[in-house]
Design a protein around this ligand. Structure first.
Ligand code: SAM
Length: 209
């Protein structure tokens, strides 16, 4: 039995479904050449480069992080990728997305906003995302994202703080009205420790009939 391209895309390079590969596959499904996308947790720039490749030379990516080092790493990775999409970086907490002034500064609605929660691998574990800012940021992201677009969140429940944040984010997503949002969760469930998982929230397109 051989696996098809859908399954292989969900597995990334790891041979079994992988939270980040699933997240990227979902975002690629909604991004088009020329789209605008937002990386709410730039970190080392892997997600930014995926977004930049998906939106292409006519597209743009805004990447936020609270650490200048993360934004520098993101710019370096983007430059090395050779991808011509416009990249703007912003040293700011993603909770700023809840501010109307912030959204007025970027009048285009993004087709996709990605959150990759937790701390920078190899960095200071104290500089981690936390529920008190993640939830306001998600509320802002859901107001800002274009109808039909995705807000994708990769959660890491494998350690106590990550488990608390993941549970609160999942509860928040589960409480969203089904008339406005399609919410799904994608995770491996037969793992030794709770595996990272992906929450996908699609802001449903407005019906015109
Ligand atoms: C798991 S890392 C992100 C990985 C990254 N997307 C990548 O592809 O390499 C989480 C990042 O979130 C950042 N972060 C923590 N709190 C934040 C906040 N309130 N707003 C924006 N970024 C935040 C951290 O500084 C860290 O770089």
């Amino acid at each position: 039995v051989s696996t098809n391209s859908f399954y292989l895309e969900m597995c990334g390079s790891r041979g079994r479904p992988d939270a980040i590969a699933i997240c990227h596959a979902a975002l690629r499904s909604v991004l088009r050449p020329g789209s605008f996308a937002v990386d709410a947790t730039a970190g080392n720039g892997h997600d930014t480069v995926m977004l930049a490749e998906a939106v292409g030379p006519q597209g743009g990516v805004l990447a936020l992080d609270i650490q200048q080092g993360a934004l520098d790493a993101t710019r370096t990775r983007h430059a090395a990728s050779g991808c011509a999409a416009t990249l703007e970086t912003l040293l700011a907490g993603h909770e700023r997305m809840a501010d109307a002034e912030f959204r007025a500064r970027w009048p285009d609605r993004p087709s996709a906003i990605v959150f990759n929660l937790g701390y920078l691998p190899g960095g200071d574990h104290a500089l981690t995302t936390c529920t008190s800012t993640t939830l306001p940021a998600l509320r802002g992201a859901l107001v800002w994202v274009a109808p039909g677009g995705f807000v994708a969140i990769v959660c890491y429940p494998g350690h106590p703080a990550g488990a608390t944040e993941a549970a609160e984010v999942e509860n928040f997503a589960a409480s969203l009205p089904s008339a406005g949002f399609a919410v799904s969760v994608h995770k491996s469930i037969n793992t030794a420790r709770p595996a990272p998982f992906t929450l996908l929230i699609q802001r449903l397109p407005v019906k015109t009939s």
